[in-house]
Each structure stands twice: as C-alpha cells, then as structure tokens.
Ligand binder design. Sequence first.
Ligand code: XUL
Length: 508
Amino acid sequence: MAIVLGLDLSTQSATALVLDTKSGKQLAMARAAFGPDFPERGHPEGFIPGGYNNEVHASPLLWLDGLELALGCLGVSTDLSKIEAVSVSGQQHGSVYLGADYLAAFADGNPQTSLAEKIKPVLSRETSPIWMDSSTAQECAEIAAALGGNQAVCDLTGSVATPRFTGPQIRRFAKNNPALWAKTERVHLVSSFMASILAGKDVAIDTGDGAGMNLMDIRKGDWSPAALQATAPDLAKKLPSISPGSTVAGSISKYFVARYGFSTTCRVVIGTGDNPSSLVGMGASRPGKIVISLGTSDTLFAAIGGIRTDAAGLGHAFGNPLGGSMSLICVRNGSLAREAIRRECGLKSWDDFSAAIDKSPAAQSAILPMEVDEITPRHSAGRITLGKNVSKESLPRAAVEGQALSMRLHSRWVGTPTTQLLLTGGASNNSSIAQIFADVFGAPVLRLAVSDSAALGAALRAAEAACGEKMDYLESLFCAPAPGVIHPNRALRSAYDALEIELAQKLF
Ligand code: XUL
C-alpha cells in the first residue's frame, strides 16, 4: 500500500494528483494553468500564438515553471515526503532539444535555482514543436518516399508519416537548422523530458509514447534503424533508449528532495503519453472498452489485442503502457469547434448549449465543424453538412452529432464492437453531449468519477511498477465509473447509419 504521485503535462496545464492506495482516496490535486497562471508569458492556451506556416510551438521552460507551481501548491496541503513513487504523462509528440551539458543540468540538485534556470542554457532549440503543429507535410512525404511509401511507414511504425509526429518534426529542424541540429545531443519527448527532470538523469522513452514518433518499429518496440536513417543524420545517438512503460528509472533527484521535501527513496517510473496514460487511468488497459476523451482535441482510443494498423492511414497504433498495443484517432477540432459553435449561436453558457441540444430533434442533420485544418478526416478548415438543413437553433446538436458520427466512421478500422463507451475530458460532464455519443455509437456511456484520467494513469502506473500493486486492485479503487449509465436510444440507429454513409460518401 503506497502513496503515489501522478503528473500530467498537457497542452494547457500541469496537474499533480496524489493517491493513497490503501484507503483508495485521492489525497490532493493541484494544477497550474500555463495561460492564466503565467499571463506575462503571453501563451494564453499553453502554446506560442501566431506560429508561422502552421507551426505550433510551446516553451519547455513554461512547462517546468508549471510543474514547479503545481508541486509548490501541492506541498502546502500534502506531506510530499510520504510519496513513494511518481510517474508522468505528457502531451504526445512534443519534443525537447538539448545540447552540451544537459546531463549536468538534469543532475543539478541546487534548490536555489529553478528547473527553468537550469535547463534554459542547455536547450539547443528554444521552443518545442507540439502535437498541434502541422508544418511538416514536405518532411512526411520525404520520409514516406525513403521508406517505400506511406503504407510501408504505417506497417513499420504503426502510423503513416504524420505531420504532428516527432520524426517529421525532427527532420524539419535538422534540415532547416543544420548547425543547431549538430549541437543537439538529446531529443526527448515531453513525457521522457519530464521523467528525466524528476530522476535527474536521462530516462528512456516508453513504447506507448515512442510509437507517436514514426521512428519506432511497432512490432519490436525499439527504434527502427531504417526510420531513423530516413529522418535525420546521427539521430540514433541523439535519442534515449526505449523501454517498457513499467520501467523504474531510479530515485527522485536531489533537487526535489531539497526544494519540495520529497524522500530520497521516492522512485521515478518512466513517463508515457497522455493518451496511453488515460487508457490506464480510465481502467481500459485491457481490450473491450472504448474511451472517448473530449478535450482541446477529441481522441478515441482502445486497447487492442496484437497490433492492428489503419489502412486508411488516419488512425494510429501506439504501445499500451501495460503491454500490447492501443488504437488512437485524434480529432483536432474538439473543444475548439464546440466553443466556436456556442459563440456563433450566441449561447452564453454550456447550460444554454445543452438546452439548445435538448430542444432539437435527433438524427435529422449533422455538421462536421472544422475551425482549423482537420487531421481526422484530413480536411481543410470549413464545414461538412449532412442530412436536412440546419438552423441556428439546431446547430449545437448538429455539430456534436457530426463530431460523434465522424469518430464512429473513423474508428471502424479498430474492429472491436463498441459494447461500452467511457467518456472523459471537460465536455464529457455535459449530459446532453454524452447522450449524443451514446445514441450515435448505440452503446451505453459511462463516465469516470475522477476527471484527470491522464494524471490518474500516471499515478496508477507508478503504484504498479514501483510499489508492486496489482492493476486490477488499483482499477477497482480508482477507476470505478461515476454512478449513472447513459443508455442509447436504439430507435435512432438507422437514421445515424444513413448520416454516416453520407459522410463517408462526401469524404472518400
Ligand atoms: C494524439 C495527439 C493529442 C495529444 C494531446 O496523437 O496528438 O491527443 O496527445 O495532448
């Protein structure tokens, strides 16, 4: 029985969650929001606004400051010396570039200088491209050509060459800034960077997050020499190793002991990506349940037996941190599009948005709203309209129905019948939205009692890997769904089937 800490470094915030696996209680939670808590940085949504040519970057120093703020707040209410193990979840695909002396900076235990102060001088690239970046179409084409086409890339790495993935991002940097690339000694993912900061040394990338790079052989769970060669010169020596998600990296660094009062015996378990981490936090790490996360981006994921890849090249296969693999589809226009529709309809609150949904008849029409260029489906910003005409009154329902239908269509390759949907993320608390997902998928919807599934997954992984807890036991304590099942209205099935067929015809 242990007290464990899960950290989640997402696009918009750093979250810290402390669990007691004996009492089954969440002891404390603290969050630092990169925009509101650091207004002077001018990154209101956690990334650097106004990127050029579809570039979206964020500041790794802001992530570090966010981590410190969250830990500082946590320390006010919680005795951090009791924490026995910690792990981390990070937004997927984002990469951090480090030059000479980075190892000394990781190991620097001086509590007088902040993490950002230690790391700033060793960054070989000031900013980090993140998952929202779509500037690498050219590099994707080059990688695909070198590896024998996109189908070959997908078979090898679990995904076609994908603009937001780390390999194409690395290639773009190496091509456009060869001098800085030469100075780069280490490229980390957000999750492995943060785990390295916690451990005070270089820490491996796990197979869950490593699969989001177009660099890992999905079947071997190790770097693919061919993919490395197709991506950038000398890449093999600039990457950390890959290890299973259950790997204990070592003890927490001296810095956290001196600055925050952690025990020297607190262990660090290597990190993983936010989606693999949520899979664990939602209690869905074994095949059977489908998780839909409604956040800045919407994602749909599920544990899969063996390895399956999407022939259409839109879905991804990642490693499951608990073994095996998982499918994922990522929709860029999640909350972004729902927010835009709410504003467009002049609805002041989400309650008003729900009321508008509840007043409109179901399965009449649907709209796929894309405020920015979409990745699933690959489509430029705009709207796809299905079924009957949509009025301003019916727009909120039509937009959410369109989002749910598109997810249903684009997850067909996973091949698992949807018997249960687990909904998480901010918008999942909205019962009108949750009902639409139940109706469109024709499956009962459950929601998790804890909303921070990525941080929760990190804490559970820490408890399993470092403290010998059994995942079944942990799931029964922390992943039980909130009371209340939302049942689908099966009478709507054929109407939604027809709308899905229309969407497929418009797209393919
Ligand atoms: C997944 C993806 C996003 C990010 C969000 O491929 O790009 O879900 O992980 O943090």
